[in-house]
Design a binder for this molecule. Sequence first.
Ligand code: OMD
Ligand code: FE2
Length: 454
Amino acid sequence: MNVNAASREMVRAPSAIGTTEGYMPGFGNDFETEALPGALPRGQNSPQKCNYGLYGEQLSGTAFTAPSHQNERTWCYRIRPSVKHVGRFSRIELPYWKTAPHIVPDVVSMGQFRWDPAPLTDEKLTWLTGMRTMTTAGDVHTQTGMASHIYLVTESMVDDYFYSADSELLVVPQQGRLRFCTELGIIDLEPKEIAIIPRGLVYRVELLEGPARGFVCENYGQKFELPGRGPIGANCMANRRDFKTPVAAFEDREVPSTVTVKWCGQFHRCEIGHSPLDVVAWHGNYAPCKYDLRNYCPIGAILFDHPDPSIFTVLTAPSGVPGTANIDFVLFRERWMVMEHTFRPPWYHKNIMSELMGNIYGQYDAKPHGFVPGGMSLHNMMLPHGPDREAFEKASNADLVPEKLDNTMSFMFETRFPQQLTEYAAREAPLQDDYVDCWNGLEKKFDGTPGVKP
Ligand SMILES: O=C(O)Cc1cc(O)ccc1O
Ligand SMILES: [Fe+2]
């Protein structure tokens, strides 16, 4: 049966009761969904013959023997097994997408850096050709560390599919709208939302509204999960119910197509005669999802002092050392500042973790100017940083009435590993050569006499 041969639209499962159209709620839930009635086997994973002539196949996101609360896998019922979606591979180059370990001779990564937004372009760029690595950390071969990228997308991937064996991708759009057509369903993504694309999942990215620009955290390590809330309790921060996983969708397209695989930092491509997005039904807990950052409920200081930014963690990817993340994804969004007798912006500090930040929209309190939407900054391991002079003077002299920080959304990819700049970040991207001067004007106020100084 060729249900959908002529159409570019995938056949999507009807949404179940209680779901937003096209998505099922919950983070890490055990989902089940079918795009054709009866396609999902009942009561077992491997029937002798699957309905509709489908093939059963398991996608394992954790070791078979991972503890049950961490164990993630999904059972797919598909038109062809995945092994028919690959042929003979040949290596291709995507020169702007780099992988750790990647240390460029003559590029100095030790320091504080800031970039203006990567300029939008008329050049034809897809999700693959438009990916530009800014930093890498750790080592993909040992499944530790991460890379940060910016993407510029001006055209859709057509009959061209991709998966990363190296990593899960956390996508943070800043401009434009993208559609991720994946093996497990369709995710539409726009600024103020994020998506998680699991390791090994095949997809193509279509441009819904362009040009599109955004940030990506490529996680080589253990998957992102929700942070423990400790004494905060069972609610607030990111709530599980606000994550959305797509319902099953498939296409039965027999056209010349390509599949590109990222594997240990190299890219390999093969040609096949059909779309690999042919999963008609699936069940399991290893799946892509999206989350609307406007649902993030920040917790903060309600009397005095400025807490550590870990209170704003949306997602954390563990490193194996308890409490020390491979990556924390941290969100600085709209919130009230009410602290009394307090310097309210971030304090001056040096951090063993390295801090890669991006601005989605608005103004960030520690850097009122220069850190602009689409821009990025890096405060690398144990390099001091904090508010610029303007922010310091303003906050030191402000009338401490309750104040709403409005129209602001920045984020941080914070990793336990030092981040190495790519050649692109150091030489091609719009690096602000004068960034460190933002602290130059900080005055010596000390004059040896006691008392508060102007
Ligand atoms: O450096 C930054 O701007 C990020 C940050 C914010 C904050 O509120 C406290 C510490 C911190 O590193
Ligand atoms: Fe910081």
